[in-house]
Design a binder for this molecule. Structure first.
Ligand code: GLY
Ligand code: MN
Ligand code: MN
Length: 443
């Protein structure tokens, strides 16, 4: 793999080592210990849920299907990987460790989870152990994660600053996602239903539902108005009018998060609305610059989207009034985006500092997931949308705002559900890098 030939990964690890040293100092610990996590079982059943790796673990190495492994980072020493390779003929067990990352670790292979104990630091009291409670080892529940707040605060705050290695991982995830988005659009144009489109997506991504970073949102017609629609109808509706696809892909533990909206009739008024949102979205992406308060981007997006509602005759009041009276929120009822990385909704979106604290959301905007000031290395989504959601439109009427809306226009557009356009954008010291647009341009 190309990354093996570059120093990017070594630099990434050096950054994590340096962050770890400070984090441990803050918490008064000597070692950082991270279990990869364990399998979870369904209640009264022997079926396990899809395994989800501890994000703290996959920050260090691109392993996302190795439950029962442990990472130990001690300042001044090579990181140690305790790698579980169970003796098991029921399941496929992890291969012997291989890849560009291997040479950077002291690796111990174990055959049973409890054997990890012998290779962990001698004194658990001196360890910051980050993970879920059930990662504790053996019948004495040794090395039970203690998740010290100062250590978590420090590491999670700095997770927002992606290393060049991480940006490449996100770029690769995006390539995969874009390829699958293209295949899904072809399936839509060929008349497939939501389930068929989903399968075409997975096929092109080379990932099944459990490998994707989140459940695909494949929404035809009115389903586009359900923000997290994951139902997947088996048959296409008649007629098919519109298609909203919010779907990502994973690469080495990193996620992309992409949304596109398509009109069946590419010459009609819904397409015109999609084009207007798309153009506004690109202007918003251009604002992903160091020093910009992400809350400002969100509030500006309301005004821009209200401008589109005004121009397309959906509202009867000025964009400014629509924003001030909450009318824009009925059509754009979610945040402009969030941080992205090891998690689709990256942690610490509200972190005031690496010592903790919270930056509040703007009043009246409860769904914004990122309130920090952008800095070079941040990767964020920009995902404005316009939807025709019956529940929220009814609320507008109840609130006495009926006169702010042209209901005939709403009735004409309601059958199309909604529009969202979502890109993944890197904040740099200069122009932002839009990984998604780059991906579509190259595909
Ligand atoms: N795919 C979920 C989101 O866009 O945040
Ligand atoms: Mn998103
Ligand atoms: Mn999304």
């Amino acid at each position: 793999m190309a990354l093996a030939a570059t120093p990017l990964y070594a630099d990434h690890l050096a950054t994590l080592q340096s962050r770890t040293a400070t984090a441990l100092e803050r918490g008064g610990f000597d070692h950082l210990v991270i279990p990869s996590g364990t399998l979870h079982y369904q209640v009264f059943d022997d079926r396990d849920y899809p395994y989800a790796v501890n994000p703290q673990f996959k920050h260090w190495l691109p392993l996302d299907r190795n439950p029962g492994s442990w990472l130990v980072a001690t300042p001044g020493a090579r990181p140690r990987l305790i790698y579980l390779q169970p003796r098991d003929y029921w399941h496929v067990v992890p291969q012997a460790p291989e890849g560009y990352w291997v040479e950077h670790f002291d690796i111990v292979v174990i055959g049973k989870p409890e054997e990890a104990m012998a290779h962990l630091p001698k004194n658990a009291q001196r360890c910051a152990i980050l993970g879920e409670a059930q990662s504790a080892l053996g019948k004495y529940a040794a090395f039970r994660p203690n998740n010290p707040q100062p250590v978590l605060d420090y590491l999670e705050y700095h997770r927002a600053f992606k290393t060049p290695y991480e940006i490449e991982m996100l770029r690769e995830a995006t390539r995969r996602g874009v390829r699958a988005h293209r295949a899904a659009e072809r399936a839509f144009r060929a008349g497939a239903g939501e389930f068929g489109i989903h399968l075409a997506y997975c096929q092109a991504a080379g990932q099944d539902a459990n490998e994707l970073p989140y459940s695909n949102i494949v929404a035809l017609n009115e389903h586009g108005a359900v923000l997290h629609y994951t139902q997947l109808d088996r048959l296409p509706p008649k007629p098919v009018r519109s298609f909203l696809l919010d779907a990502g892909a994973s690469h080495g533990g990193y996620a992309c998060d992409i949304t596109r909206t398509h009109a069946r009739d590419t010459g009609g008024e819904f397409q015109a609305l999609v084009d207007a949102v798309d153009a506004a979205q690109q202007r918003m992406c251009a604002q992903v610059r160091a020093g910009v308060d992400y809350r400002r981007l969100h509030l500006d997006a309301h005004l821009a989207l209200a401008g589109i509602l005004d121009e397309s005759g959906i509202i009867t009041v000025s964009p400014e009034e629509a924003v001030a009276t909450g009318v824009s929120s009925a059509f754009f009822p979610h945040g402009i985006g969030h941080g992205l990385g090891l998690q689709v909704h990256e942690v610490a979106g509200f972190a005031a500092s690496d010592h903790g604290g919270t930056i509040p959301k703007p009043e009246g905007h409860p769904y914004l997931r990122l309130t920090r000031v952008l800095e070079p290395g941040f990767v964020v989504t920009i995902e404005p949308g316009l939807y025709f959601i019956d529940m929220l439109l009814e609320d507008l009427k109840t609130a006495g705002r009926s006169g702010s809306v042209d209901w005939d226009r709403v009735d004409a557009l309601r059958p199309y559900g909604g529009i969202r356009i979502e890109d993944n954008v890197v904040c740099t010291t200069g122009e932002p890098a839009n990984l998604t647009r780059e991906g579509f341009a190259a595909a």
